[in-house]
Design a protein around this ligand. Structure first.
Ligand code: SF4
Length: 458
């Protein structure tokens, strides 16, 4: 699966159909293994781990809707210069699967471009449709271009470059620092392409700036506010600051934005921040600036794999201290507001990761138990091997593939996360919109889709 361009170059339509058949058999097998998992979640996870391909007609259709903003990482499975159809310019930010042959409930999925994926967006008459191999799966709905996406700042910057929204418009994604000071292959998290994606986007002509000017952020938010954007939360995010940035440490750098936003628009959005796991006095700076939800992402639980996959986090903070600071944050933000992310699937990355999905999830379950038993609810992003990340570049140089984790891993993880969340009686994580299959809008993993709700969504 996820064939790289060189092996796909001579690939036939037959191969595409065979891969589609394999995917559908796998989905069917996992439906049998986990009958209480929504099928929508299985399809969503497979789309996130393998990406989606577009026919030329589908891309043409998509270009009139809200497009991919490249809000932080590439989240694609080929680099821009290998996109023969220039998918980076027309692919939608997200798709919503709905109805169709499989009668799916509405399911919101982030788009990861992969021209070699058997999951394909194509036109059936005037309807955009998802198919797998030769089987039609569902209709695809797209988000219209929001009014504020058509506006520009006084200096000509498009609003969507400064303050794009994801999660179907729910979350304003403010990547105010577009690089990370964990620099080079010895420090960058090995699944991450933030620095390389910055370079490829600038080369492709996107007006990326390393640091988003404060006045532009405030001006863009004023426009969102004026047009009554339905957005409910914002995330302040970017790379880690290990030295200083604009003369400030990490907490102060991100806190400045929160302070200014909260002064100008008090209570308008739920304020969230992604940073390293900071010492308590620096966490307090964020809290005092107005941050409500804190994301000190631990990326992977496994004790042996953490230093291999997160060398920068290991060198600057260390695994045990990272975890200690996450728990310490519960006294500052309240346990339900401490929501660290992990990257689901990197436990199975080659060459050091697990080869058995059950064992990989057992390792991760240990971390879920550790945090959830103390009231902290981790959430996750599905790993797709980004071609410019060290994990993929290394394997490519060795002439080998870096495939994503198997769908079985993701199915087992969803069950583990759901059951652990239920076992500890935790609330629905705040700041992610509605839970439950058919309602969830969080688009980079299905953890919100598998929370069980009644017919009223409660
Ligand atoms: S901390 Fe790791 S995951 Fe986050 S931006 Fe830096 S390298 Fe990427």
């Amino acid at each position: 699966m996820n064939l790289p361009p060189e092996s796909h170059a001579g690939a036939s339509q037959d191969l595409f159909l065979t891969q589609g058949e394999e995917r559908l058999e796998d989905v069917s097998r996992l439906r049998g293994m986990f009958p209480d998992l929504p099928v929508e979640a299985l399809v969503k996870e497979d789309l996130l781990r393998l990406g989606i391909s577009f026919s030329a007609e589908a891309l043409k259709y998509c270009a009139d809707f809200k497009r991919k903003s490249y809000f932080i990482f590439s989240f694609d499975m080929v680099p821009i210069d290998e996109m023969a159809q220039e998918e980076n310019l027309s692919a939608p930010e997200e798709i919503q699967l709905n109805g169709g042959a499989w009668d799916l409930r509405r399911t919101t999925v982030s788009v990861r471009v992969n021209p070699y994926s058997p999951w394909r967006a194509d036109m059936a008459g005037d309807q955009l449709t998802l198919s797998c191999g030769d089987q039609a799966i569902s209709h695809i709905d797209l988000q219209p271009v929001p009014e504020y996406y058509l506006e520009t700042l006084e200096n000509g910057q498009p609003v969507h470059e400064v303050a794009p929204t994801i999660e179907w418009g729910y979350l304003v994604y403010l990547t105010v620092y577009r690089k990370c000071q964990y620099f080079g292959f010895k420090e960058e998290c090995r699944f991450c392409d933030i620095n390389e994606n910055y370079r490829q986007q600038v080369k492709a002509g996107r007006p990326y700036r390393t640091v988003k000017p404060m006045d532009e952020v405030l001006e863009a938010l004023s426009i969102l506010d004026r047009v009554n954007s339905p957005s409910k939360a914002y995330t302040l995010t970017g790379g880690s600051v290990t030295r200083s940035l604009k003369g400030q440490g990490e907490a102060e750098f991100y806190a400045n934005y929160a302070r200014a936003i909260e002064e100008k628009f008090p209570g308008r959005w739920i304020p969230k921040a992604v940073t390293q796991a900071l010492p308590e006095d620096e966490q307090q700076i964020l809290k005092d600036a107005g941050i409500q939800i804190y994301h000190p992402n631990y990326e992977i639980w496994d004790e042996e794999l953490f230093p291999i996959l997160c060398p920068g986090k290991t060198a600057y903070v260390g695994r045990d201290e990272w975890h200690r600071r996450i728990i310490a944050a519960t006294d500052i933000f309240g346990a339900e507001n401490v929501i660290p992310n992990f990257v689901a699937g990197i436990e199975m990355s080659r060459p050091h990761g697990y080869t058995d999905p059950e064992q990989a999830v057992e390792s991760t379950r240990e971390g879920l138990q550790f945090f959830m038993s103390q009231g902290v609810c981790p959430r996750f992003t599905v790993w797709c091997p980004e071609p410019l990340s060290p994990l993929v570049v290394d394997r490519k140089n060795a002439g080998e593939l870096q495939p994503p984790a198997p769908l079985e891993y993701h199915a087992r993880l969803l069950v583990a996360w759901r059951d652990c969340h239920k076992e500890h009686g935790l609330p629905v994580p705040p700041g992610y919109g509605p839970p439950g299959a058919g309602n969830a809008i969080f688009s980079v993993s299905s953890f919100m889709d598998v929370i069980e709700v009644d017919e009223n969504g409660n």
